[in-house]
Design a protein around this ligand. Structure first.
Ligand code: GLP
Length: 242
């Protein structure tokens, strides 16, 4: 595991954006994208680079990690809306190359299988961007999830519902389920870039790196991946011995 440690959130976002741009310069790139407060700054930096004519999104293929279920794509708390608002509408990405799980799918099983099939069709994910939940979740792979799962429906953990209620009017409004790439889907990515910022991620990061590899803390599986870069600020890494 490699580490890029920055002074603060702003610098973390800039470093992550540089990595994003470098990876995107490679031909036929398939990106796995994340949502959440942590990655917003990175997307802002990427938009700045795009506006300075440094980036071309026209051939980029993307797969988002997850989406709430059930949720309408126009709901402003959906991850469809998040991606449109924080990245896609600002750049020249092709809509038909963008993939996000369908939060309104009637046949969830079919939706999940077809999501994995599409990833396979494009040759797998080259670079997967991740945040981390306070409980160590990645995507929406909550504690005690199977490490063998591919894209699947997840019942959200009470901690996640509470954490994510900051984006909704009330905790009752947070959907109780999500469709998420599974741990197996994430582990199949050739390269993983995990972003973490702030003291509230300190314990999750510590357990991810030094803890026992266990579904109790889903991110601990990343210890077994051969190409992980953690980009984090000083607050998030304060417990680490690096
Ligand atoms: C959310 C998302 C994750 C994200 C994590 C951290 O629930 N499903 O993909 O990485 O939780 O979110 P934040 O960056 O807002 O702390």
């Amino acid at each position: 595991m490699r580490f890029i440690i920055t002074k603060n959130y702003g610098d973390m976002s800039k470093e992550a954006a540089k990595v994003f741009a470098d990876e995107m310069a490679k031909p036929n790139c398939v990106f796995g994208l994340a949502t959440g407060a942590t990655v917003k700054g990175m997307y802002q930096e990427i938009i700045k680079m795009y506006k300075n004519h440094q980036l071309d999104f026209s051939k980029l293929i993307t797969f988002n990690l997850d989406e709430y279920y059930p949720i309408h794509p126009n709901n402003e708390n959906s991850y469809h809306f998040f991606m449109k608002e924080h990245l896609f509408r600002h750049v020249n990405i092709c809509n038909h190359l963008v993939h996000i799980p369908n939060g309104l799918a009637n046949d969830i099983e079919k939706e999940c299988v077809s999501y994995d099939d599409k990833i396979a069709h494009f040759g797998g994910i080259d670079v997967q961007f991740l945040g981390i939940g306070r409980n160590g979740h990645i995507g929406f792979n909550e504690p005690n999830i199977s490490f063998e799962a591919r894209t699947h429906i997840v019942k959200l953990d009470s901690k996640t519902i509470e954490d994510n209620s900051r984006f909704f009017n009330s905790v009752e409004d947070v959907p109780k389920y999500a469709i998420s790439m599974g741990i197996k889907t994430i582990m199949d990515a050739k390269k993983i870039i995990l972003l973490a910022s702030g003291a509230e991620k300190r314990d999750a990061l510590y357990e991810m790196i030094y803890g026992k590899i266990s579904p109790r803390l889903p991110a601990s599986i990343l210890q077994l991946h051969k190409d992980v870069t953690v980009i984090a600020d000083q607050d998030a890494v304060a417990r680490l011995d690096i």
